[in-house]
Design a protein around this ligand. Sequence first.
Ligand code: NAD
Length: 291
Amino acid sequence: AASSVAFIGLGNMGAQMSGRLIAAGYDVVGFDPTEAAREALVAAGGSAAASASDAVSGADFVVLMLPSSRVVEKVLGDTAVLSALGAGTTVVDMSSSEPLSTVELAKVVDKAGAVLVDAPVSGGVAGAAAGSLTIMVGGSDESVSRIKDLLAPMGTMTHVGDVGCGHALKSINNLMAAVGLLVTSEGVAIGKQFGLDPALVVSMVNASSGQNAATDVKFPRFVIPETYNSGFALELMLKDMRIATTLASQIGVATPLGERAVEVWASAHDDLGPGADQTEIARWTFGNSKA
Ligand code: NAD
Protein backbone atom coordinates (compact mmCIF):
# COMPACT_ATOMS: atom_id res chain seq x y z
CA ALA A 1 0.00 0.00 0.00
CA ALA A 2 1.05 3.61 -0.53
CA SER A 3 2.63 5.33 2.49
CA SER A 4 0.23 7.55 4.38
CA VAL A 5 0.96 11.11 5.41
CA ALA A 6 -0.90 13.19 7.97
CA PHE A 7 -0.55 16.80 6.79
CA ILE A 8 -1.33 19.37 9.50
CA GLY A 9 -1.65 22.99 8.32
CA LEU A 10 -3.05 23.48 4.82
CA GLY A 11 -2.44 27.21 4.27
CA ASN A 12 -0.55 29.03 1.52
CA MET A 13 2.36 26.56 1.67
CA GLY A 14 0.71 23.42 3.06
CA ALA A 15 -1.96 23.37 0.31
CA GLN A 16 0.72 23.25 -2.40
CA MET A 17 3.06 20.85 -0.58
CA SER A 18 0.30 18.36 0.25
CA GLY A 19 -0.77 18.55 -3.41
CA ARG A 20 2.75 17.53 -4.47
CA LEU A 21 2.61 14.50 -2.12
CA ILE A 22 -0.80 13.43 -3.48
CA ALA A 23 0.53 13.72 -7.05
CA ALA A 24 3.51 11.55 -6.05
CA GLY A 25 1.17 8.79 -4.87
CA TYR A 26 1.01 9.29 -1.11
CA ASP A 27 -2.28 8.86 0.77
CA VAL A 28 -2.64 12.28 2.37
CA VAL A 29 -5.01 12.86 5.29
CA GLY A 30 -5.01 16.53 6.23
CA PHE A 31 -6.23 18.75 9.01
CA ASP A 32 -6.67 22.52 9.19
CA PRO A 33 -9.24 24.38 11.29
CA THR A 34 -10.21 26.40 8.18
CA GLU A 35 -12.99 24.61 6.29
CA ALA A 36 -11.97 26.04 2.89
CA ALA A 37 -8.46 24.60 3.37
CA ARG A 38 -9.87 21.13 4.09
CA GLU A 39 -12.17 21.34 1.06
CA ALA A 40 -9.23 22.30 -1.18
CA LEU A 41 -7.32 19.22 0.01
CA VAL A 42 -10.27 16.96 -0.83
CA ALA A 43 -10.59 18.60 -4.26
CA ALA A 44 -6.87 17.86 -4.81
CA GLY A 45 -7.41 14.15 -4.07
CA GLY A 46 -6.62 13.97 -0.35
CA SER A 47 -8.95 13.35 2.54
CA ALA A 48 -9.83 15.67 5.40
CA ALA A 49 -9.80 14.69 9.07
CA ALA A 50 -11.92 16.29 11.80
CA SER A 51 -8.93 16.84 14.10
CA ALA A 52 -5.15 16.65 14.14
CA SER A 53 -5.27 13.43 16.20
CA ASP A 54 -7.66 11.81 13.68
CA ALA A 55 -5.28 12.75 10.85
CA VAL A 56 -2.23 11.40 12.72
CA SER A 57 -3.83 8.07 13.63
CA GLY A 58 -2.29 5.32 11.48
CA ALA A 59 -0.03 7.67 9.49
CA ASP A 60 3.49 6.60 8.46
CA PHE A 61 4.63 10.25 8.41
CA VAL A 62 3.28 13.40 10.03
CA VAL A 63 4.08 16.71 8.31
CA LEU A 64 3.48 20.02 10.09
CA MET A 65 3.23 23.28 8.10
CA LEU A 66 1.96 25.64 10.78
CA PRO A 67 2.32 29.39 11.40
CA SER A 68 4.62 29.34 14.43
CA SER A 69 6.16 27.35 17.27
CA ARG A 70 3.22 28.32 19.51
CA VAL A 71 0.88 26.41 17.16
CA VAL A 72 3.35 23.52 16.72
CA GLU A 73 3.59 23.29 20.53
CA LYS A 74 -0.22 23.24 20.74
CA VAL A 75 -0.49 20.38 18.22
CA LEU A 76 2.41 18.29 19.62
CA GLY A 77 1.39 19.10 23.21
CA ASP A 78 -2.02 17.51 22.64
CA THR A 79 -2.08 14.13 24.41
CA ALA A 80 -4.59 12.83 21.81
CA VAL A 81 -2.06 13.62 19.04
CA LEU A 82 0.85 12.09 20.97
CA SER A 83 -1.02 8.88 21.74
CA ALA A 84 -2.18 8.62 18.09
CA LEU A 85 1.47 8.59 16.90
CA GLY A 86 2.54 5.12 15.86
CA ALA A 87 5.81 3.62 17.14
CA GLY A 88 8.63 4.84 14.92
CA THR A 89 6.50 7.44 13.12
CA THR A 90 8.55 10.34 11.79
CA VAL A 91 7.11 13.78 12.54
CA VAL A 92 8.50 16.40 10.15
CA ASP A 93 8.09 20.04 11.21
CA MET A 94 8.40 21.98 7.94
CA SER A 95 7.15 25.23 9.54
CA SER A 96 9.62 28.03 10.26
CA SER A 97 9.80 27.30 13.98
CA GLU A 98 12.04 28.30 16.92
CA PRO A 99 15.12 26.04 17.20
CA LEU A 100 15.08 25.81 21.00
CA SER A 101 11.36 24.95 21.04
CA THR A 102 12.08 22.25 18.44
CA VAL A 103 14.85 20.75 20.60
CA GLU A 104 12.38 20.51 23.53
CA LEU A 105 9.56 19.10 21.37
CA ALA A 106 11.94 16.44 20.01
CA LYS A 107 12.17 15.06 23.58
CA VAL A 108 8.36 15.05 23.94
CA VAL A 109 7.93 13.22 20.62
CA ASP A 110 10.70 10.77 21.55
CA LYS A 111 8.89 9.93 24.83
CA ALA A 112 5.79 9.17 22.73
CA GLY A 113 7.83 6.60 20.76
CA ALA A 114 8.18 8.65 17.57
CA VAL A 115 10.91 10.89 16.11
CA LEU A 116 10.88 14.63 15.32
CA VAL A 117 12.86 16.05 12.41
CA ASP A 118 12.87 19.73 11.42
CA ALA A 119 12.71 20.46 7.68
CA PRO A 120 11.82 24.11 7.05
CA VAL A 121 11.75 25.42 3.51
CA SER A 122 12.63 28.39 1.33
CA GLY A 123 11.20 29.15 -2.10
CA GLY A 124 7.76 30.54 -1.34
CA VAL A 125 4.38 29.51 -2.68
CA ALA A 126 5.75 29.27 -6.23
CA GLY A 127 8.50 26.89 -5.10
CA ALA A 128 5.97 24.85 -3.12
CA ALA A 129 3.71 24.53 -6.19
CA ALA A 130 6.63 23.55 -8.44
CA GLY A 131 8.21 21.11 -5.95
CA SER A 132 11.42 23.15 -6.05
CA LEU A 133 11.73 24.18 -2.40
CA THR A 134 15.10 24.34 -0.65
CA ILE A 135 14.65 22.11 2.40
CA MET A 136 16.97 22.44 5.44
CA VAL A 137 16.84 19.26 7.50
CA GLY A 138 17.84 18.78 11.14
CA GLY A 139 17.94 15.36 12.81
CA SER A 140 19.91 12.14 13.21
CA ASP A 141 21.34 10.41 10.12
CA GLU A 142 18.88 7.57 10.59
CA SER A 143 15.73 9.71 10.92
CA VAL A 144 16.79 11.96 8.04
CA SER A 145 17.39 8.96 5.74
CA ARG A 146 13.81 7.84 6.46
CA ILE A 147 12.29 11.06 5.06
CA LYS A 148 14.43 11.44 1.91
CA ASP A 149 11.78 9.94 -0.40
CA LEU A 150 8.98 11.85 1.33
CA LEU A 151 10.68 15.22 0.79
CA ALA A 152 11.68 14.61 -2.85
CA PRO A 153 8.33 15.66 -4.41
CA MET A 154 8.50 18.95 -2.45
CA GLY A 155 12.05 20.03 -3.19
CA THR A 156 15.76 19.46 -2.68
CA MET A 157 16.88 18.63 0.82
CA THR A 158 20.18 19.08 2.61
CA HIS A 159 20.92 17.54 6.01
CA VAL A 160 22.34 20.55 7.86
CA GLY A 161 22.81 19.19 11.41
CA ASP A 162 21.04 17.83 14.48
CA VAL A 163 17.41 18.51 15.33
CA GLY A 164 16.82 22.30 15.50
CA CYS A 165 19.60 23.15 13.03
CA GLY A 166 17.17 23.38 10.10
CA HIS A 167 15.04 25.86 12.02
CA ALA A 168 18.10 27.90 13.04
CA LEU A 169 19.32 28.09 9.44
CA LYS A 170 15.86 29.02 8.11
CA SER A 171 15.59 31.93 10.58
CA ILE A 172 19.07 33.12 9.58
CA ASN A 173 18.03 33.08 5.92
CA ASN A 174 14.86 35.04 6.59
CA LEU A 175 16.63 37.66 8.73
CA MET A 176 19.02 38.20 5.81
CA ALA A 177 16.16 38.25 3.28
CA ALA A 178 14.15 40.71 5.41
CA VAL A 179 17.06 43.12 5.85
CA GLY A 180 17.67 42.89 2.09
CA LEU A 181 14.05 43.67 1.28
CA LEU A 182 13.98 46.60 3.70
CA VAL A 183 17.23 48.17 2.52
CA THR A 184 16.15 47.69 -1.10
CA SER A 185 12.90 49.51 -0.26
CA GLU A 186 14.89 52.37 1.29
CA GLY A 187 17.26 52.53 -1.68
CA VAL A 188 14.40 52.66 -4.18
CA ALA A 189 12.66 55.32 -2.02
CA ILE A 190 15.78 57.53 -2.29
CA GLY A 191 15.84 56.98 -6.06
CA LYS A 192 12.14 57.81 -6.47
CA GLN A 193 12.48 60.99 -4.41
CA PHE A 194 15.45 62.10 -6.55
CA GLY A 195 13.49 61.45 -9.74
CA LEU A 196 14.85 58.07 -10.82
CA ASP A 197 12.51 55.45 -12.27
CA PRO A 198 12.06 52.68 -9.61
CA ALA A 199 12.10 49.91 -12.24
CA LEU A 200 15.36 51.30 -13.64
CA VAL A 201 16.91 51.48 -10.16
CA VAL A 202 16.02 47.83 -9.58
CA SER A 203 17.28 46.61 -12.96
CA MET A 204 20.55 48.56 -12.69
CA VAL A 205 21.21 47.32 -9.13
CA ASN A 206 20.43 43.82 -10.37
CA ALA A 207 23.35 44.17 -12.79
CA SER A 208 25.53 45.70 -10.03
CA SER A 209 26.92 44.85 -6.61
CA GLY A 210 23.74 45.65 -4.63
CA GLN A 211 21.90 42.74 -6.28
CA ASN A 212 19.87 40.59 -3.86
CA ALA A 213 16.67 38.51 -3.72
CA ALA A 214 14.56 41.69 -3.46
CA THR A 215 16.02 43.25 -6.62
CA ASP A 216 16.04 39.85 -8.35
CA VAL A 217 12.53 38.61 -7.58
CA LYS A 218 10.40 40.52 -5.08
CA PHE A 219 10.61 43.99 -6.65
CA PRO A 220 10.15 42.90 -10.29
CA ARG A 221 7.29 40.51 -9.46
CA PHE A 222 5.38 42.13 -6.61
CA VAL A 223 6.50 45.71 -5.85
CA ILE A 224 7.04 47.40 -9.25
CA PRO A 225 3.70 46.00 -10.63
CA GLU A 226 2.11 46.96 -7.24
CA THR A 227 0.47 43.55 -6.80
CA TYR A 228 2.00 42.97 -3.35
CA ASN A 229 0.89 39.31 -3.40
CA SER A 230 4.00 37.19 -2.77
CA GLY A 231 1.97 34.80 -0.58
CA PHE A 232 4.15 35.32 2.50
CA ALA A 233 2.64 37.43 5.27
CA LEU A 234 4.61 40.37 6.68
CA GLU A 235 3.63 39.06 10.12
CA LEU A 236 5.34 35.71 9.42
CA MET A 237 8.52 37.44 8.20
CA LEU A 238 8.61 39.50 11.40
CA LYS A 239 8.15 36.26 13.39
CA ASP A 240 11.13 34.71 11.58
CA MET A 241 13.35 37.76 12.15
CA ARG A 242 12.54 37.58 15.87
CA ILE A 243 13.39 33.86 15.90
CA ALA A 244 16.87 34.70 14.60
CA THR A 245 17.55 37.71 16.84
CA THR A 246 16.15 35.93 19.92
CA LEU A 247 18.31 32.88 19.21
CA ALA A 248 21.29 35.24 18.75
CA SER A 249 20.78 36.85 22.15
CA GLN A 250 20.17 33.45 23.81
CA ILE A 251 23.50 32.11 22.53
CA GLY A 252 25.48 35.35 22.90
CA VAL A 253 25.72 36.73 19.36
CA ALA A 254 25.45 40.52 18.80
CA THR A 255 23.02 41.49 15.99
CA PRO A 256 22.56 45.28 16.19
CA LEU A 257 21.36 45.64 12.59
CA GLY A 258 18.98 42.69 12.92
CA GLU A 259 17.47 44.16 16.09
CA ARG A 260 16.95 47.55 14.43
CA ALA A 261 15.40 45.83 11.40
CA VAL A 262 12.96 44.01 13.71
CA GLU A 263 11.87 47.42 15.11
CA VAL A 264 11.26 48.84 11.61
CA TRP A 265 9.35 45.75 10.42
CA ALA A 266 7.31 45.82 13.67
CA SER A 267 6.22 49.41 13.07
CA ALA A 268 5.27 48.54 9.47
CA HIS A 269 3.23 45.65 10.88
CA ASP A 270 1.49 48.01 13.35
CA ASP A 271 0.59 50.40 10.51
CA LEU A 272 -0.40 47.82 7.87
CA GLY A 273 -2.24 45.30 10.04
CA PRO A 274 -2.22 41.50 10.16
CA GLY A 275 -3.27 40.83 6.54
CA ALA A 276 -0.28 42.57 4.93
CA ASP A 277 2.10 40.79 2.54
CA GLN A 278 5.86 40.95 3.24
CA THR A 279 6.39 43.00 0.07
CA GLU A 280 4.19 45.81 1.47
CA ILE A 281 7.22 46.84 3.55
CA ALA A 282 8.21 48.64 0.30
CA ARG A 283 4.87 50.45 -0.08
CA TRP A 284 5.07 51.43 3.60
CA THR A 285 8.66 52.69 3.20
CA PHE A 286 7.72 54.79 0.12
CA GLY A 287 4.77 56.23 2.09
CA ASN A 288 7.15 57.52 4.75
CA SER A 289 8.95 59.88 2.30
CA LYS A 290 8.03 63.58 2.42
CA ALA A 291 5.46 64.55 -0.24
P1 NAD B 1 -0.58 30.25 6.41
O1 NAD B 1 -1.00 31.13 7.52
O2 NAD B 1 -1.07 30.49 5.02
O3 NAD B 1 -0.95 28.70 6.77
C1 NAD B 1 -0.93 28.19 8.07
C2 NAD B 1 -2.14 27.25 8.20
O4 NAD B 1 -2.12 26.63 9.49
C3 NAD B 1 -3.48 28.00 8.08
O5 NAD B 1 -4.27 27.43 7.07
C4 NAD B 1 -4.10 27.80 9.46
O6 NAD B 1 -5.53 27.69 9.44
C5 NAD B 1 -3.45 26.50 9.90
N1 NAD B 1 -3.53 26.25 11.33
C6 NAD B 1 -3.53 27.15 12.35
N2 NAD B 1 -3.66 26.51 13.53
C7 NAD B 1 -3.75 25.18 13.24
C8 NAD B 1 -3.88 24.00 14.03
N3 NAD B 1 -3.97 24.06 15.37
N4 NAD B 1 -3.95 22.81 13.40
C9 NAD B 1 -3.86 22.73 12.05
N5 NAD B 1 -3.72 23.81 11.25
C10 NAD B 1 -3.65 25.02 11.85
O7 NAD B 1 1.02 30.22 6.45
P2 NAD B 1 2.02 29.74 5.29
O8 NAD B 1 2.40 30.92 4.49
O9 NAD B 1 1.51 28.51 4.67
O10 NAD B 1 3.30 29.39 6.21
C11 NAD B 1 3.37 28.21 7.02
C12 NAD B 1 4.76 28.14 7.63
O11 NAD B 1 5.73 28.10 6.58
C13 NAD B 1 5.13 29.35 8.50
O12 NAD B 1 5.93 28.93 9.56
C14 NAD B 1 5.88 30.23 7.53
O13 NAD B 1 6.77 31.11 8.23
C15 NAD B 1 6.60 29.22 6.68
N6 NAD B 1 6.97 29.61 5.32
C16 NAD B 1 6.12 30.33 4.52
C17 NAD B 1 6.52 30.68 3.22
C18 NAD B 1 5.63 31.47 2.30
O14 NAD B 1 6.14 31.96 1.28
N7 NAD B 1 4.34 31.60 2.55
C19 NAD B 1 7.77 30.27 2.75
C20 NAD B 1 8.59 29.50 3.57
C21 NAD B 1 8.19 29.18 4.86
